[in-house]
Design a protein around this ligand. Structure first.
Ligand code: FAD
Length: 561
């Protein structure tokens, strides 16, 4: 039996398949940490608080609102501002609009939606908030309850707002620890957000500047008046903001400096999913006295095998524009096709990427790096150990005994995206790109291009320190699974903001003319539990955009004085 059904409920099965597969097919995990599209330099300077930051720039372009960052929160802010009649520009450091938003799984947690009502699911914003507070776990005591309220009581309207732009969702489906099915999953994947938001923004006349990185905030009389930016070849440009600036430049998972400073040295070496997430917004606001909350909180990476070279049917689907002609049939199919058919469809792309089980390490598998050095022979913190190996990744090495153990139920090697369980023979047969086998360890080392001496030493060292039920690796043939890598999804340290999304200074008073949204304006929200980050990105973006557009312009203020 090559694959055995995980046999979860059909809703859960379909949801997991979407959650685990689509974005990574679209992403083609090989390009996850690529820097090709993020040429802007990140700001490195530390500045003084409100003192002489205005410098001569080549030219000045005037807008009502300047948004720094063209991901989910930035585009939402720009649309909201432009809808209020504000002349708006979005500065995007990358040469494409995408951000973490366009690399994400794409699910939003929302309550009281028409989808929930259609399925007879009783839920409410208050219940969502209560769940949210439980989900916050060890951070519950310091959680920003006011912002959590803003999220849970506005996200339903946000989903309707996204849907009205043409986005199609599947669900809602349940996932612990949410106490009700609440996850709305955009079809066919998260790039749909960017596609539709960009279309709407452009229709409203928003100017989108690609390859332009915001560097620092300009200010006058304690009020933020614009942004100084540069493009990929270093040309400088000033963007004046009559009403204000929205910082929406995401998290700092790609800044080794900030990760080292705010989390630790180990995390600073983790490879980010989004290479543009360099914490520029946090840095810019800090220069004006802003505060970063939850700076040390990050999402723990999990190890994954690379996807196969071919991306299959769903890879193709990801490349199609996410218009109704594409998304409606997918939605219909997911809701109506018999389980058997969906399963066989899924099996066609089931080998996209897989997360090997930690249990392998409890049964004797060892993790070696690309030099053959032993990195671990226990499941303890194994994801963090893999993450430390960075781009090179490592290999999971085992022997015949381990192979046989993980050849049948219940000892699966990986869950093939929510659809079925994968065992060792499945890898041997269909994943030759990540599976190697040889009669001896010397030959295995040659197969995967590592030092035989180092591998043999690693196996001997692991055998000497074997504890519990794990058996040492002694019996050929030997196998290697890999490379395995673990990427850092995101950090959660964002600027302290008011419920109006104004950035708060050290005295907890708003820095005039400055707003933040998304990861940049996470404001002490833990956002634990699936679907809260995207909900916050779009919801906070909408609120920030609306408020900045309604703010009195600097000229009006000057005239009134
Ligand atoms: C693999 C993955 C899966 C995820 N899945 C989910 C999920 O299913 N549900 C969920 O709720 N959350 C999920 N998340 C988290 C979620 O995607 C993010 O929290 C959210 O998209 C953040 O939106 P944002 O607008 O703040 O940041 P981003 O979308 O990252 O946008 C920030 C933008 O700012 C740009 N930028 C950076 N610096 C500058 C600068 N100096 N000048 C101009 N532009 C700049 C960046 O290039 C980027 O485009 C996932 C994240 C990842 C990585």
């Amino acid at each position: 039996m090559p694959w055995a059904s995980a046999n979860p409920s059909i809703e859960l099965l379909r949801w997991r398949a979407i959650r685990d597969s689509l974005p990574f097919i679209g992403t083609s995990a090989a390009d996850l940490p690529a820097t090709r599209h993020c040429r802007g330099r990140s700001t490195q300077r530390t500045g003084s608080r409100f003192g002489g930051n205005t410098v001569a720039s080549k030219s000045i372009r005037e807008f009502d609102v300047v948004v720094v960052g063209g991901g989910g929160s930035g585009l939402a802010a720009a649309i909201a501002a432009a809808s209020e009649g504000a002349r708006t520009v979005v500065l995007e450091k990358s040469t494409e609009l995408r951000g973490s938003t366009g690399r994400s799984v794409g699910s939003i947690a929302a309550s009281g939606t028409p989808d929930q009502k259609r399925l007879g699911i009783a839920d409410s914003a208050d219940r969502h908030l209560a769940d949210y507070r439980v989900i916050s776990g060890h951070l519950a005591a310091t959680e920003n309850v006011e912002l959590a309220m803003v999220l849970t009581h506005n996200v339903t309207e946000t989903v309707a707002w996204l849907r009205e732009m043409g986005m199609e969702f599947f669900g809602p489906v349940g996932e612990s620890p949410h106490s009700a099915p609440r996850l709305h999953n955009v079809l066919p994947g998260s790039r749909s957000y960017i596609y539709h938001l960009e279309r709407r923004a452009r229709r409203l006349g928003v100017v989108i500047e690609l390859g332009v990185a915001g560097d620092r905030l300009l200010h006058e009389d304690g009020r933020v008046t614009g942004v100084e930016a540069h493009d990929a070849v270093g040309h400088r440009q000033t963007y004046a903001a009559r009403r204000g600036v929205v910082l929406a430049a995401g998290d700092f998972s790609a800044s080794a400096t900030l990760k080292r400073e705010w989390i630790d040295d180990r995390v600073s070496r983790f490879v980010p999913v989004n290479p543009c997430a360099t914490g520029d917004a946090q840095r810019m606001a800090l220069e004006l006295g802003g505060q970063v909350l939850n700076a040390e909180v990050f999402d723990v990476p999990s190890m994954r095998l690379a996807p196969p070279p071919s991306e299959g049917l769903f890879g193709l689907l990801q490349k199609l524009p996410p218009r109704a002609a594409v998304t409606k049939p997918i939605r219909w199919g997911l809701a109506n096709l018999p389980n058997r058919l969906i399963r066989s469809l899924m099996m066609g792309f089931v080998t996209t990427y897989l997360s090997p089980r930690e249990a392998l390490f409890d049964s004797g598998a060892i993790l070696v790096d690309t030099h053959g050095r032993l990195r671990s022979n226990t499941s303890e913190n194994i994801n963090l150990v893999v993450a430390e190996l960075g781009e090179d990744g490592g290999y999971i090495v085992g022997d015949r005994t381990l192979y046989e153990k993980f050849s049948s139920d219940p000892h699966y090697v990986a869950t093939a995206p929510g659809v079925a369980f994968a065992y060792m023979p499945d890898f041997r047969r269909s994943r030759k790109d990540v599976y190697a086998e040889a009669p001896t360890t010397d030959e295995l080392a040659a197969e995967i291009g590592i030092s035989a001496a180092a591998l043999n030493k690693s196996i001997a060292d692991a055998a000497a320190s074997v504890t519990g039920g794990a058996a040492p690796l002694t019996e050929g043939p030997y196998f290697a699974l890999g490379p395995v890598r673990a990427y850092l999804l995101q950090t959660n340290g964002g600027l302290k903001v008011s419920t109006r999304l104004e950035v708060l200074g050290r005295d907890d008073r708003p820095i005039r003319g400055l707003y933040a949204a998304g990861n940049a304006g996470q404001g002490g929200l833990a956002l634990f539990g699936h679907g809260h980050h995207l909900g916050w990105a779009f919801t906070s973006g909408r609120i920030a955009g609306r408020n900045v557009a309604r703010a009195a312009s600097a000229q009006h203020l000057a005239a009134a004085e």
